[in-house]
Write a protein of this length. Sequence first.
Lengths: 346, 299
Amino acid sequence: MAAITSDFSFMPVLPKWVVPVLLLAFAYGVVPLIGSSYLFEAILLPFLALSLAGVGLNILTGYAGQVSLGSAAFMAAGAFAAYNFNLRVEGLPLIGSIFLAGIVAAAIGIVFGLPSLRLKGFYLAVSTLAAQFFVQWALTKFSWFSNDSASGVIDAPRLSIAGVALDSAIGRYLFALTIVAILTFLAYRLVSSQTGRNFIAIRDNETAARIIGIPVLKTKLLAFAISSFIIGVAGVIWAFAYLRTVEPDGFDLDRSFQILFIIIIGGLASIRGAFFGAALIVVFPLALSRLGGFLLGDLFDSGVLDMSQRIVLGALIILFLILEPDGLVALWDRIRRRLLFAWQST
Amino acid sequence: MIADFDYQFFIEVLVGGLLSGVMYSLVAIGFVLIYKTSGVLNFAQGAMLLFAALTFVSLVERGVPFALALVVTFAIMVAIGIAIERTVLRPLTNKPPITLFMATLGLSYIIEGAAQLIWGTQVHGLDLGIEDVPLEIGGVLISQFDIFAAVVAAGMVLLLSLFFRYTRIGLSFRAVADDQFAALAVGLRLPLIWATVWAAAGLVALVAGLLWGARLGVQFSLSLVVLKALPVLVLGGFDSILGAIVGGLLIGASEKLAEVYIGDYFGGGIESWFAYVVALVFLLIRPSGLFGQKLVERI
């Protein structure tokens, strides 16, 4: 017993808020000064959008245990809703459009979450595919959503908040970073609240949760609503800050799987996990294409790259499920503990 | 309105729908086989289908005789089945079903990527030597190819049912499906059984891949037929071969009828999601599908 206590007394215990605050200070204070526009455009913006989508899906799948294969549909709903609010409502500030877009995505989430009241597991997972196909079809079919542009393509409006233009790469980065930081903080508060505990209780044993008095139906729908809200806003960032021009086909089933992979690789039921997973998913194709080009030269064309990406990604998923089911987060924590331990032993 | 309702046309659409439903059932059976015995919803079934069809076509194009190509492709599918059991399923024994599902999602990425890396991404035509001339039966035009597909599907279902009922390994399949732990306890060798099941699913994938490939051409989009099979499974229940057949027929028929009769009100192209809506509505009434087993949960 004594040994254990003394072990702990040596551990430099930092308050929980220190690391996130330091990271944010770095992201706001240092990154804009040293980053190139390639870093913002090709890495940080998709990273932020996908991280946020991962946070959203993690609330639904990681915490509340409801597997969804339709995340991209909610991203699309958010992106197109924000576009239309911005276009059609006079004088609505950008933040207003984004918030309302989140609400629209949440409403759609509730509708497609309704089957979860009766269905479980695979039956539910398959039924979320209905959202994926329906939303994509509706956005392509009804040109009203894209203001009658060809094949449903929408262009992002000019980004400005309180008169400050944010159209440069750095501006869009700061815009995305701020939204992601706020929503992530709220998500973090949520999962450690009573509601978050209810989510976990339903995930672990629905019948038991019902017996201890958790309103299962309401809680499940709440999980769908919150998750879709966050994913919808992530869709707005994807469309407005990252790509600037999107079409419904950009939010296909592969995108949904990508977000699911992010939370598997990063770590289920972990807010940090979404960021770890998104970082890997964004950086890995770039790294692979560099590496492939370096090793194989001209043989490594875009077709081969595409296929080898699929293979490596699939293998990564399986490896993580077998070797590290708790994801990169668990791996990171273990490495950190080892390092700390090694550092103390010296 | 009712007076000038064209019954002959209606029957034609209905029969066409039922027959294309058989094609969905073909894919769905592969899922059911694996789900029944190992509780895994194998998302990679579509990828296996693509791999089988692509391998077969590429062999035939390189001058391998038809029958030999069939045997070689089947052997490759068996090898893949065994490899999957060794490298993916065995380390994941006793993990929650959803983990296994995600593993098969990863698997489908690997198989799709590998299939196209090995054989290329161009579209191949596949000729099975069946003429696709419409046949007139009782005043209704029916595609000959569809009838052939239906016969093949019926034959396969019969074969599988007999196999499950009358062979020793079929009996052990059912034992494993009933209770994995009990099956292990009486000395059944789970790895062998799983490898066999995956090989059987490989065979189903090969047959379905050839029929679908002859219909659509052998190309990447072939692996997307898995998305057509999922509502069929949901409707029929994941663990029932009969359910896969009936579900396929129901989905096929309602999809075609909806496309023809109400599609225009939605502006067309509703087949991408209509099957899912049918399955969903149905599930709200019966949450475990038509023939699925009802799960009893313990606390």
